[in-house]
Design a protein. Structure first.
Length: 332
């Protein structure tokens, strides 16, 4: 078979093909050693699209047909009663995604919305503690798993309800994917206005699983802190959203400055402006800055939502404005 026909056939099947020609200086001598500059022909397609790491890169027209005939359709059906599904991403740990997720959920509930949280961070599930329901337990009912209901009716589904504090999770891809499938396909969320998904660090398996199982994500919120190191990773999280076709509502710059809880004076003890710069670079809205406040971490430890206990604080007001912008984008 001619090389061009081989390459065309592979591309038509959705295979990734990259061939760089060999230098021609010694082609006349069939025994001469020649440098292979690069070759990558991936023929490992098993047509199991839901398990493929190239899912968002694949160009095969058969991909969606295969996708829809398996469990993905079950996931889509399970999500139909939830109006808006929003991923909270950041790319790296320690930027405050979980705190933002918990307090955004309560902010929405304070505005009269029915809200659920899917805690997708299997290795470091913190949402139950932040919402004061760490002693709750998931239950099984006639229609599937029943979420734990917490503050202002906010539902929580989390691995934190299933693991003891001394247990360490050592799952690999297939088991993590199965857990994601269980929490999406087999949970009876009921009729909800919002599902906020607290995404884990990174842009690999766990993040891709959610974006594959919930293709109708309304959008994503990117959480970062002012440092350049955080921006580099948050940029990758934003690019993953674009690759998956998930709209990005905008960027939140967390830990941006410090506001004294006594006098209200604001001081930039860390750098500032990194989140806004990232938003400009990626051409997405800048949603706002959330300043450091010692009461915020204390509330998280106590299981009391910060925005509810200190609604007049600068951090709470800024976060409420973020929620208002998101609702405005969704037509509220």
């Amino acid at each position: 078979m001619d090389t061009r026909e081989l390459v065309k056939g592979l591309k038509d099947r959705g295979e990734i093909v990259e061939i760089v020609e060999i230098g021609e200086e010694n082609l006349s001598d069939k025994y001469a050693e020649q440098d292979i500059l690069a070759i990558n022909v991936d023929m490992s397609c098993t047509l199991r699209c839901e398990n493929c790491e190239k899912f968002f890169d694949c160009r095969s027209p058969a991909r969606m047909e295969i996708y829809q005939r398996r469990r993905m359709t079950q996931a889509r059906d399970a999500m139909t009663n939830i109006k808006h599904k929003i991923a909270v991403v950041g790319g790296k740990g320690g930027v405050g995604k979980s705190i933002m997720t918990a307090n955004m959920a309560v902010s929405l509930a304070m505005r009269g919305r029915k809200v659920s949280i899917l805690d997708q961070d299997f290795d470091g599930a913190t949402i139950p503690k932040m919402l004061g329901v760490e002693n709750g337990r998931l239950k099984i009912g006639d229609s599937g798993i029943v979420p734990v209901e917490g503050f202002l009716g906010v539902q929580v589904v989390s691995m934190g309800f299933l693991l003891a504090s001394e247990e360490v999770l050592t799952w690999f891809h297939d088991m993590r994917r199965s857990a994601t499938e269980e929490f999406i396909c087999h949970v009876n969320y009921g009729h909800r206005d919002f599902l906020l998904i607290d995404m884990p660090p990174g842009t690999s398996s766990d993040a891709m699983n959610v974006m594959e199982y919930i293709p109708e994500l309304a959008g994503a919120v990117v959480v970062t802190i002012p440092s350049d190191v955080s921006q580099n990773v948050a940029r990758k999280a934003t690019l993953l959203c674009r690759k998956a076709g998930v709209p990005v509502f905008g960027v939140i710059e967390n830990m941006s400055g410090y506001v004294c809880p006594k006098c209200g004076e604001a001081v930039n003890i860390l750098s500032t402006g990194g989140g806004e710069n990232l938003a400009k670079e990626m051409d997405v809205p800048f949603l706002g800055r959330i300043p450091l406040d010692p009461r915020l971490s204390k509330c998280s430890d106590e299981g009391t939502p910060f925005v509810y206990k200190f609604p007049d604080s600068q951090a709470a007001r800024n976060l409420m404005q973020v929620v208002e912008q998101i609702e405005k984008n969704l037509g509220y």
